[in-house]
Ligand binder design. Structure first.
Ligand code: PEP
Ligand code: MN
Length: 334
């Protein structure tokens, strides 16, 4: 339930409502809005009797929330959430482009790619220092050394960095270097990791689980938000289907659904959806056409030597064309 306060409700009346909500064993979450404050009622089992709150001074109305997710829903928060990292705004009317290698491999590699990402008009540098790999024999990333390289590239090119956190063990370390902490598809329902991300002061990029429904994905974001972190970016990266022509199937229909259901920004990663370089550009254009708030693109200057995902990485020149094309399409899509 959402308790909507009247426009002229005083701080004292708001505190009073919060106290009353908590006296029934629920949690109250004040949500300041442009014109008025609302108070979300959380952790209720079943419907809450609205008459408990309607007569309290300063209360305008109550709204029953019909969805299982609350804090992520538009019912709780009608305006788009905007996440600011320096000059970069994620959400609302802007399109953010994240580009970079799948994995950090060396300082020279990251610096070269960061220079291209910057020159092409990319906003954020991506790169994994901790890599979740299907095979235990594969390259698993450079760890803290990789994070230091990303931080150097941020310094050199003024690009914020997004990088994946694989588990609780490396959370503090990744959080200290990253501007955005990424939770990968394999960890979307790692609930202890989600709760830890919820305690973080850094924005979290939450990828959709490779077999998750939109509801399950939004409930994963709800875990982060219930711990207090309101800065969650959702990322569609393809789901597992029967097809063999691509690594996954990009579910672009999820974008308008998420935009309708949630105030959180939703971006698209066509690289991991496609798995093949030649599919990435068309899918990126399509993502911009459905008004995704951003794109995450793998870029490599020498993909044939890449330690991970070279086959789906765009060459710098292709990335430059993509950036130009998708910005125009995004503007037309709204
Ligand atoms: C990644 O972005 O580096 C990655 C591993 O992606 P996903 O979790 O979507 O597979
Ligand atoms: Mn990759």
């Amino acid at each position: 339930m959402l308790i909507v306060m009247s426009r002229d409700a005083t701080e004292e009346q708001i505190s009073d409502v919060i106290r009353t909500v908590e006296s029934y064993g629920f949690k109250a979450r004040p949500i300041p809005g442009g014109e008025r404050t609302s108070i979300g009622v959380l952790f209720n089992q079943g419907a809450v009797d609205e008459s408990l709150f309607l007569t309290l001074p300063g209360v305008k109305q109550t709204i029953a929330v019909t969805k299982p997710y609350k804090l992520v829903s538009r019912e709780f928060h009608p305006e788009d959430t905007l996440i600011r990292i320096g000059d970069v705004v994620i959400g609302g009317d802007s399109l953010v482009i994240m580009g970079g290698p799948c994995a950090v491999e060396s300082e020279e590699q990251v610096m070269t790619i960061a220079r291209h990402v910057k020159a092409a008009g990319g906003d954020i540098l991506r790169g994994g220092a901790f890599k979740p790999r299907t095979s235990p024999y594969a390259f698993h990333g450079m760890g803290e050394e990789g994070l230091k390289i990303l931080a150097k590239a941020r310094e050199a090119y003024g690009l914020p960095i997004v990088t994946e956190v694989m588990d609780l063990d490396c959370f503090d370390m990744v959080e200290a270097y990253a501007d955005i902490v990424q939770i990968g598809t394999r960890n979307m329902q790692n609930f202890s990791l989600l709760r830890r991300a919820g305690e973080s002061k850094k924005p979290v990029l939450l990828k959709r689980g490779m077999s998750a429904t939109v509801d399950e994905w939004l409930m994963a974001a709800e875990y982060i938000m219930t711990e207090g972190n309101t800065e969650v970016i959702l990322c569609e990266r393809g789901v597992r289907t029967f097809v063999r022509h691509s690594r996954n199937t990009l579910d672009l229909s999820a974008v308008p659904v998420v935009r309708r259901e949630s105030h959180l920004p939703v971006i698209v990663d066509p690289s991991h959806a496609a798995g093949y370089r030649d599919q990435v550009m068309p899918l990126a254009r399509a993502a911009a056409a459905v008004s995704a708030h951003g794109l995450m693109i793998e870029v490599h200057h020498a993909p044939e030597t890449a330690k991970c995902d070279g086959g789906q990485s765009l060459l710098p020149g292709q990335f430059e064309i993509l950036c130009r094309q998708v910005r125009g399409i995004f503007d037309l899509s709204r």
